[in-house]
Design a binder for this molecule. Structure first.
Ligand code: CA
Length: 217
């Protein structure tokens, strides 16, 4: 899933980024309110993790502005334990949920998955696609009953296609998914990962729409 982490405390941000990327998510990072507002306006995220105390303003203002603009992206606010009034204000401003700092990374991840699924209107975590069975919450999949192991990047690409299934995703949208791993993205990275996924999952799993992109039918 493509996620946005808004957090100005750098070591906390790096810890969360490492954890979520290792789980196969494509995570962007914003360290201030202005960057967060711009990122949310430009990109489509499955879920945003929003710190409230930011160097150039409050996360609450970011949230209110985006909700006023009609943005319904699931937002999880992260607050300190003693900031009960902030939590209430956050929920009133349109947040979907909150986590209390210091939070358990596995709990954060579970909440992200729950809200992201709801945001996509895909409440089920296990689904069947032809001969494949997928557990999105656990980031696992099976082909004819045998588990197939995917790397974090392969999973990120597959999960993006899964979230959009039935819709074509452009090559540049998929490049963004791969790009947020902070790796150097070569011009043909999407083709490389798509062909690896086809080798693992079956040739017909991901279809190419020439000139448009890729689709999980
Ligand atoms: Ca902060």
């Amino acid at each position: 899933m493509r996620l946005l982490l808004v957090e100005d405390t750098d070591d906390l941000a790096q810890t969360v980024l490492r954890f979520l990327r290792a789980e196969g998510h494509a995570v962007d990072h914003a360290g201030d309110a202005a960057t967060a507002t711009e990122a949310m306006a430009v990109a489509e995220y499955a879920c945003v993790i929003l710190d409230l105390g930011l160097p150039d303003g409050s996360g609450l203002e970011v949230l209110r502005a985006r909700r006023r603009a009609g943005d319904r992206t699931p937002v999880l606010i992260a607050t300190a334990r003693d900031q009960i009034s902030d939590r209430i204000a956050g929920l009133d401003a349109g947040a979907d949920d909150y986590v209390v700092k210091p939070f358990d990374l596995r709990e954060l991840s579970a909440r992200i998955r729950a809200h992201a699924r709801r945001g996509q209107g895909v409440p089920e975590t296990r689904l069947v696609l032809g001969t494949l069975e997928v557990d999105r919450a656990a980031a696992r999949l099976w082909k004819q009953g045998r588990e197939i192991r995917l790397t974090a990047r392969e999973w990120a690409l597959f999960d993006a296609l899964l979230g959009a299934r039935g819709r074509v995703l452009s090559k540049s949208a998929l490049e963004e998914v791969l790009g947020s791993f902070d790796a150097l993205i070569e011009g043909n990275a999407v083709e490389v990962y798509v062909s690896r996924l086809r080798a693992k999952l079956g040739a017909g799993t991901i279809q190419t729409r020439r000139g448009l992109g890729y689709i999980l039918p």
